[in-house]
Design a protein around this ligand. Structure first.
Ligand code: GLU
Length: 463
């Protein structure tokens, strides 16, 4: 069974790059009928782990990504780590190192002066004399002194790390007993049964160290996929200036979960030149072996394009639900269908759409001065009056076409151009010159509200 994981270090929010590797891990596990588990890497005790986990869960819930089983918190696993450290000490695969900070600093300086790689010199590796009394010690693991550590990476191929160039006996427990990062990651991945690790390639240099831990503890090494970073259009690592990094900011901006997931799956993975992937299609087609070898480029236009696509292709009932967090409750609006159909093509984001909807369904409280000046000319009031009278004489007005016919009748009977009616009517209905088709607007707000808005505008512009 494929077991993947997402192992965020809590930063208070779910990072967009983290979400991408989480999505890849989720898809790969689910596609294979496996498990996708969550581990919060909160060994930095200064941070509040529950808050961090909550922020991540909130984002997962918004996106519809579900993790399996309980969340693992590294901060609660000290005893487990201690046990394995003891085991390595007992088996002489790790040892206590009493080197003082000063001694280490001196060693570093000498190595630098000799233009050598700075590394621990193994002083206590096979030490069997009497160690200095009362001195603090750290625990180091015995790394191989020669040979290669090969990371068999599913994205990048085999990567050889030469023991003598790269590795030294790194610390697995600090002087206060706290286990170190690479040690706990390897122990946790092994104990949690993770057999496929998909993560950012910024972790590649950690992998040989983690492999040393796996080997020392006799654990099976998982399959690794190191995913290239997301870059901005200048080829630099994505930063807050290029786009939001907090996943929930995308919700705030009005992106749909479907669009964001689609955007992310294509950042670094491709299937021919297909751009649109529903979650079901992702589940069917995703394979980490197709993850691109080079960095992917974040592109806001692409995200907006996808978002428009999903807004256009979402059913009105679902759209009404998606719009609720943006302050729009449309459940009982009887012209919801016309309204949403009318605006679906016009909005790039849900937030924009909510604004457009409100602009239609709320009676204008004021009129844009410039627009009113342009629209209200001599005769405008008379034209609006004529239009209002015709509307009030009709019993059945429902569809945009019904209103359209009346507009046509008025301009024909009065022998005027369409704009002579359209412009003041638009200002009367919407308070400004822009917005969707007036026939749709009137069908949405209905006859009574249309008449009210016309009357209001006439009052406001006859003084
Ligand atoms: N906690 C690490 C991070 O957030 C990820 C560790 C891993 O995936 O191995 O960058």
């Amino acid at each position: 069974m494929v077991v993947t994981r997402f192992a965020p270090s809590p930063t208070g929010y779910l990072h967009i790059g983290g979400l991408r590797t989480a999505l890849f891990s989720y898809l790969w596990a689910k596609k294979n009928g496996g498990k996708f588990v969550l581990r919060i890497e909160d060994t930095d005790k200064a941070r509040n782990s529950q808050e961090a986990a909550d922020a991540i869960l909130e984002a997962f819930a918004w996106l519809g990504l579900e993790h399996d089983g309980e969340i693992t918190y590294q901060s609660q696993r000290d005893d487990i780590y201690k046990k394995y450290i003891e085991q390595l000490l007992n088996e002489s695969k790790a040892y206590k190192c009493y080197m003082s900070k000063e001694e280490l600093a001196e060693l570093r300086e000498t190595q630098m002066a000799n233009k050598e790689r700075t590394k621990y010199n193994g002083k206590y590796r096979d030490f069997d004399g009497n160690h200095p009394e009362d001195l603090e010690y750290v625990i180091r693991i015995k790394a191989p002194l020669s040979g290669d550590i090969v990371v068999k990476d599913g994205v990048k191929g085999d990567i050889n790390f030469k023991a003598e160039d790269i590795l030294d006996d790194f610390v697995i427990a600090r002087a206060d007993g706290a286990p170190t990062y690479n040690f706990v990651v390897a122990v946790d991945d092994a104990l949690m049964g993770i057999n496929e690790v998909i993560r950012g390639d910024d972790h590649l240099s950690n992998t040989p160290k983690q492999i040393i831990v796996y080997e020392a503890l006799g654990f099976e090494i998982p399959k690794f996929y190191h995913v290239p970073m997301i870059h901005n259009s200048e080829g630099k690592k994505l930063s807050k200036r290029d786009g939001a990094t907090d996943v929930m900011a995308y919700k705030e901006m009005g992106y749909t979960p479907a669009a964001l997931l689609n955007f992310l799956v294509r950042l670094g993975w491709s299937y021919g030149d297909q751009e649109i992937f529903s979650i079901d299609e992702m589940l069917e087609l995703f394979n980490p072996k197709d993850i691109n070898k080079s960095a992917s480029i974040y592109n806001t236009e692409k995200l907006n394009w996808l978002n428009s696509h999903y807004i256009k292709n979402t059913s009105n009932s679902e759209l009404a639900q998606l719009l609720e967090p943006y302050g729009l409750v449309l459940t009982s609006h009887d012209k919801k269908e016309i309204l949403l159909d009318e605006l679906k093509d016009r909005a790039k984001t849900l937030k924009e759409m909510a604004v457009l909807v409100n602009e239609i369904i709320e009676t204008p409280a004021s009129y844009d001065e410039k627009a009113a000046k342009k629209a209200f000319k001599e005769g405008s009031i008379e034209i609006l009056n004529a239009f209002g009278a015709k509307i009030s004489s009709h019993e059945e007005l429902h569809l945009p076409i019904d209103y359209h016919h009346i507009m046509e009748e008025v301009v024909n009977e009065m022998e005027i151009g369409f704009g002579k009616l359209g412009q003041p009517l638009r200002v009367a209905l919407l308070g400004k010159m822009t917005g969707p088709g007036l026939d749709s607007v009137m069908a949405i707000i209905g006859k009574d509200e249309t008449m009210l808005r016309i009357a209001n505008a006439i009052t406001a512009h006859t003084l």
